[in-house]
Structure formats: structure tokens, C-alpha cells
Design a protein around this ligand. Sequence first.
Ligand SMILES: *[C@@H]1O[C@H](CO)[C@@H](O)[C@H](O)[C@H]1NC(C)=O
Ligand SMILES: *[C@@H]1O[C@H](CO)[C@@H](O)[C@H](O)[C@H]1NC(C)=O
Ligand SMILES: *[C@@H]1O[C@H](CO)[C@@H](O)[C@H](O)[C@H]1NC(C)=O
Ligand SMILES: *[C@@H]1O[C@H](CO)[C@@H](O)[C@H](O)[C@H]1NC(C)=O
Ligand SMILES: *[C@@H]1O[C@H](CO)[C@@H](O)[C@H](O)[C@H]1NC(C)=O
Ligand SMILES: *[C@@H]1O[C@H](CO)[C@@H](O)[C@H](O)[C@H]1NC(C)=O
Ligand SMILES: *[C@@H]1O[C@H](CO)[C@@H](O)[C@H](O)[C@H]1NC(C)=O
Ligand SMILES: *[C@@H]1O[C@H](CO)[C@@H](O)[C@H](O)[C@H]1NC(C)=O
Length: 709
Amino acid sequence: MAKHNVVFSFLVSLFLASLIPLVCDATKSGDESNKLHIVYMGSLPKEASYSPSSHHLSLLQHVVDGSDIENRLVQSYKRSFNGFAVVLNDQQREKLVGMKGVVSVFPSQESWDFLGLPQSFKRDQTIESGLVIGVIDSGIWPESESFNDKGLAPITKKWRGVCDGGVNFSCNKKIIGARFYAVGDVSARDKFGHGTHTSSIVGGREVNDVSFYGLANGIARGGIPSSRITAYKSCNDFGTCTNDAILAAFDDAIADGVDVITISLGAHNAIDFLSDSISIGSFHAMENGILTVHSVGNTGPVPSSVCSVSPWLFSVAATTTDRKFIDKIILGNGQTFIGKSINTIPSNDTKFSIAVHNAQACPIRGNASPEKCDCMEKNMVKGKLVLSGSPSGQLFSFTSGAIGVILNASQYDFDASLVTKNLTLKLESKDFVQVQYYKNSTSYPVAEILKSEIFHDTGAPRIISAPGVEILTAYSPLNSPSMDISDNRKVKYTILSGTSMSCPHAAGVVGYVKSFHPDWSPAAIKSAIMTTTTPVKGTYDDLVGEFAYGSGNINPKQAIEPGLVYDITKQDYVQMLCNYGYSAEKIKQISGDNSSCHGTSERSLVKDINYPAIVVPILKHLHVKVHRTVTNVGFPNSTYKATLIHRNPEIMISVEREVLSFKSLNEKQSFVVNVVGGEKLNQTLFSSSLVWSDGTHNVKSPIIVHISL
Ligand SMILES: *[C@@H]1O[C@H](CO)[C@@H](O)[C@H](O)[C@H]1NC(C)=O
Ligand SMILES: *[C@@H]1O[C@H](CO)[C@@H](O)[C@H](O)[C@H]1NC(C)=O
Ligand SMILES: *[C@@H]1O[C@H](CO)[C@@H](O)[C@H](O)[C@H]1NC(C)=O
Ligand SMILES: *[C@@H]1O[C@H](CO)[C@@H](O)[C@H](O)[C@H]1NC(C)=O
Ligand SMILES: *[C@@H]1O[C@H](CO)[C@@H](O)[C@H](O)[C@H]1NC(C)=O
Ligand SMILES: *[C@@H]1O[C@H](CO)[C@@H](O)[C@H](O)[C@H]1NC(C)=O
Ligand SMILES: *[C@@H]1O[C@H](CO)[C@@H](O)[C@H](O)[C@H]1NC(C)=O
Ligand SMILES: *[C@@H]1O[C@H](CO)[C@@H](O)[C@H](O)[C@H]1NC(C)=O
């Protein structure tokens, strides 16, 4: 159950995250004896005579009994990068770690939790229908209407994948490929629902009159409806995904020839680059020109909550759309309050008694069992609406047979309306206290909770990067919409929230941009999307705004005409890894070529990677220079002027070369951002932004100054 809770906690977008080295702590896994491990070996050697399989076996022969190898070797990665998945005990692992050719060894039994629609733009249908989106997730429900192939052109010739979906699974011209990797799976069919949902967001066809119990009626449509989808099922039917299966999916997707990869799963914590299957897989995708779009984690907006930190990934958060689900509660005295819930049950004027759950007196979360907890008899809440001041009270109430719970929304990080099995209404603290007053004021407090309604939210979008909150799309009919196993409702369309949902949306935009600029590098596409965002509305103060919403809200129309891009080559990323301190030998192996680490000059520090966001760690008084290079993709003959917005008097920021003149397309120009800390710095984070403008294009980068003591 705890696993799924992650789905419902809120998320940050943080494109900048990649440059903040101190984000979340890595968790230590406990006993690693006889566990499935990934042995990562970097790039595939280019010599024609090289056989990955024999190399893997020969390495294993040194650490495992010959007869035992077959039982232990689970998977070989040999199409797009080099490595294998094998069951090892601690000693065997230690031995392998030190062997030549091995870059890293890390456990696979990491539980990857699942974390968490589109408009009529100018489209190039022909190019779009040549785009192949690889979705690494819980599989797909191939019969969903969203994946019909009516009217689609023949499959692109460059496609090298297969339809290997297993038992009772057919592909068509929409779902052109399928593979599955999770232990025990017999097909790529999605019994969990998540993969079907994400796939339909990125590439679902138009389906009319879709709704969830009459709510959110409308057209369901993916970001790039003419694109092709290929499903890589790396997660089992309970939503658990392992490193070995994720890496296998990357190995195949890259070799199959996908254009974009979207992956809406992740760990709770940031992990070392070389022990993170998504980081490794997406590195090799990047060197093959494929951008991987990844959800950043759902635990924000709080500091250090971003768990997607490799700069070659495109990290995405969620936002609200202009459509909000609201739900009204009417008290016995007629008072009405508006809360958040996606409640599909009509109330029929039924009023239920209100009971109270006192969290302090009844610490369910601790060791006290519900039996021992005499502060609240189960029969006190049975059949009632429970006012619960804490998340533990919610759990207790439902296991005790409550009809519904009324919650204090401030207790929850994630403020979207959710599909829940039982009635669950979140009220703002000031309204919650009113219900408490009412409850105290009468001997028979009662209330009625109405069926949810939709209202148009003019404050949207509030947080993002791509719409990820309350998105209605296709779903697996085998999982219940609340992801609660005791919920018997089965639906074809449901509403999920979280970065899982915004991630494929952003992948749709990546595909959209790529359809106009097939020759752009993954970094150039990412830069185009990041520098053309529109501001996010919200109550986050200026200080940490960018930490909550990253670069801003995606604007696909502008992203195809960014003017300038901040490009990053594979060699730049390799140099960044050098500066992180990985050994030259490992780096050579990862990159698969002769790229080696140059000495660490100031020019090659991590902050100088040519990222479209600028994060500057400085000491007080110190002067820091940040180098950037832009490439002209706008008008051949153009002049851009720099503007700095949100200047803070305590930090001096200036741009050296405030004017950049270009004579031709693809011409590069460099500039330096100078940052000097003042005397009276009393806070640790300052945000600002830099905009290059030629009068037509505005190329915007956030600047975060991080004061270290
Ligand atoms: C294949 O799967 C579909 C969808 O669950 C089901 O309706 C059909 O009966 C299955 N066919 C066979 C032969 O199992
Ligand atoms: C209202 O009536 C419908 C239809 O009979 C029923 O499904 C629903 O559960 C009822 N609502 C409540 C709150 O009992
Ligand atoms: C609420 O949840 C409990 C426990 O899962 C269940 O027994 C009860 O029937 C549910 N109530 C409603 C109205 O769905
Ligand atoms: C609601 O929760 C917030 C945050 O924990 C708390 O500050 C507030 O006092 C709560 N309101 C009520 C009425 O309990
Ligand atoms: C309601 O009554 C309870 C118990 O007497 C008390 O702890 C609480 O503060 C009261 N709340 C309000 C809002 O009156
Ligand atoms: C690396 O450099 C060596 C010596 O210059 C050369 O023989 C080799 O082919 C190069 N390897 C690759 C992969 O470029
Ligand atoms: C570029 O701009 C300059 C200055 O505005 C102008 O003199 C020149 O003719 C332009 N060149 C082209 C090719 O448009
Ligand atoms: C920091 O100092 C400025 C004035 O220099 C003041 O306006 C601001 O409130 C201070 N911030 C904090 C967090 O103390």
C-alpha cells in the first residue's frame, strides 16, 4: 500500500535539478546476499570480433561455479550497451566490482514506485506518423480505443523492433512493438493500468465522448496522435519495476530505433549515476540521439526532493490544467463548503453522522495497533463520516468501516483531487475548522457529500512543466481506478495525477519538436522546450520559485522556434562525469570511445556544462564566472540582447557580452555570467533569470545562486 501512496504525493518540476549535486540522500540497501545485481560494463566495444555474451560468461566463470552460471544469469544487455543481470552474493559481487571491464555493480531488487492532452497546433502529420515513442512502463492494453490504427500510414521503414507481446497480444499500425521483461510475465498486456495511461497521453488517438462516471467529459487524445507507440513492459502487474527489466527495455528501445523514450517511474531518492538504471539507459539513448523524458518524483515541492538528476534526462513535473474537480459538503445546519475529491457517487440527499478521529490520542502510525487503541472504538466511526486531522486517521477510519472521511487538506502535500474508493474529501484548514465547530455545537452532527463537479480554474496552470494533474485518459480495465485492490470498479478511462502523467505529455512535446527538427540533438530539443516556457502562477515565493516549478510551463508552439539553443554534446557530459570524479578508465568504458578526462580547469567545472538553466554555488564575496554557448537556430542575421530579471541587490549578476550578433544559422557564440555575492547575504538561495532577445525570440534561463557557507 505504501508503494501507491507515492502516486498521490505532490511533485515538483525541476529541470535544474540536474545541476544541484546535493539532492536527496541515497538509501542503503540492506542484506545483499544472493540478490539480483546489474553488472554494468559501459558501451559495447566496436570491434566486430567482440562477443558480449562470451565476455559476460568469461567474467562470471571467475566468480561463480561453472554449472551454476546458467541459473544465475538473468539477462544480457548487448544491443545498445554492455552488461548483464545476475544473481550474486556479497563475495561474488565484491570480486566482480574489481574486475577489468566492469564499470559498476548494483542491486536490481530496488523497488521502483510509480509516481504519478492536447491542442490543435500546426502539425506535420507525415513526420509525426514517422515518430516512434518508446514507453517503458507496466505494458499496454492493446484493445483500448486510444490505440486504434484507423487511417494510419504504413509503419516507418527505419523501425527495427518487433511485436513480441506474448500471449494473446497483437500489435497494429499504432502499437507497432511490444516486449516484456518482468519475472513471471507472459505478455506485455497492462494489468496495472499505468502504462496504458501514459501511452495514451503521449500518443493516443482521438476518442470522442470519453468520461469517468460522467465527469470530465470530452475528447481523449494524446500529445502526438499520429505517432507510433512501442510498449516495453518493465513493471509487473502490481506496479513494481526492477533495474534489470528497466535496463533491458532501454537496451531494446535504443536498438529498435525509437525516437523518444518516456519513463514515468523512479526511485524515492537520487542515486549515483552509475548505479541507476534510468541514468545509465538514458545516457546510451542520448548518445544515439534519443531524448529520455522522465518524471522527477512526486515528493515536492520541498527542498531536495528531486530524484531525477542526470542532466541528459528531461525531468518533468506536473501541473494543474484549467479543469478542476471540486466536491461540496453540506452540513446539517446548511453551511456548504467546497473541497477536493473526485467522487462519483450521487448523494441522493442522504446525510450521514459525523464522528471525530483524534490523531494525537490514537497514534495508529506508531506501534499501537487498532485493537489497543481504545480512544476510538471502531463502532464509533462505522457507517459515519469521520473528521480526521491526520492521514493515519484516514486509514483507520476506512478499515473500521467509515462511509467517508473529511480531511484537512493542509496535512497533504499533494493537493489535487483524487479518485478514491471511499468518499474522501479534503477541505482547506479554515473550512475544516468550521466543520469541527459545527460538530462540537450539536448533539447530532450530520453532513452530505455531493457528487463532484468540474469547474474552470482561471488560475491555472499553477505548477509545472506539463499538465500532470487530473488527466483523463485510457486505463487498464483490470485495475480499479483508485488502485485499491478492494475497489471493484473497472473502467476504460480514469483520472490519475502525478509526474507520471505529465512526463508522457512532455514526451509528446519532445516528439512534436523533433518532428520539426529531426536533426536536433536531445540537448537542443530540451533547451528549446526549457527556454520558451511561460511563467507559472503560484504562491511560491520568488526565493524558491524555480525550485518548485523548474523552468516553467511548456509551450509547444514556441518550442519549435526557440531562436537560440544551448547544445550539449556527449563529450560535454563525459567531461562532467570526469569532474564528478569517476576514474578515467571507467569513463572511457562508458563512453566507448577515446574520450578521456581533460584536466580540471575552471572552464570545465560542472556548473559550466552548457545547460539552459544556470545554477551557481558560491561562497560569500566570491566572484564566480559561468560559461555558456548558444547556437543560432532562429534568423540567420540576428542580434540578441541580454536582460537580467529579478535582480537582487545582495547578489550582483552581470553578463559579459550583453549583445550577441549572428551572421548565419548554426553559428555559435559564447558569453559569461558573472556572479558576485554581497556582504549582507542572509539567505542561501537567490533566483533570477537571463533572457536573450532579438525582438522576436525570448530565450529564457533561470539563474539560481546557491550560497554555501
Ligand atoms: C485476449 O484478451 C482479451 C482482452 O482481455 C480477451 O477479451 C480475450 O478473450 C483474450 N483471448 C484469448 C484467446 O485469451
Ligand atoms: C445513491 O443512489 C445510487 C443509485 O441507487 C447508489 O449507487 C449510491 O450509492 C447512492 N448514494 C449513497 C450515498 O448511498
Ligand atoms: C469503505 O471502505 C471499507 C474498507 O475498504 C469498505 O468496507 C466499505 O464498504 C467502503 N464504503 C463504501 C461506501 O464504499
Ligand atoms: C490543518 O493542518 C495544518 C498543517 O498541519 C495545521 O497547521 C492546521 O492547524 C490544521 N487545521 C486544523 C483545523 O486542524
Ligand atoms: C471541539 O471539541 C473538541 C473536544 O471537546 C476540542 O478538543 C476542540 O478544540 C473543539 N474544536 C473546535 C473547533 O471547537
Ligand atoms: C583509440 O585510440 C587508439 C590510438 O590512437 C586507436 O588505435 C583506437 O582505434 C581508438 N579507438 C576508438 C574507439 O576510437
Ligand atoms: C544582415 O544585417 C546587416 C545589418 O542589419 C545588413 O547590413 C545585412 O545586409 C544583412 N545581411 C543579410 C544577409 O540579410
Ligand atoms: C535579508 O536582508 C534583507 C535586507 O538586506 C531583508 O529585506 C530581508 O528581509 C532579510 N531576509 C531574511 C530572511 O532575514
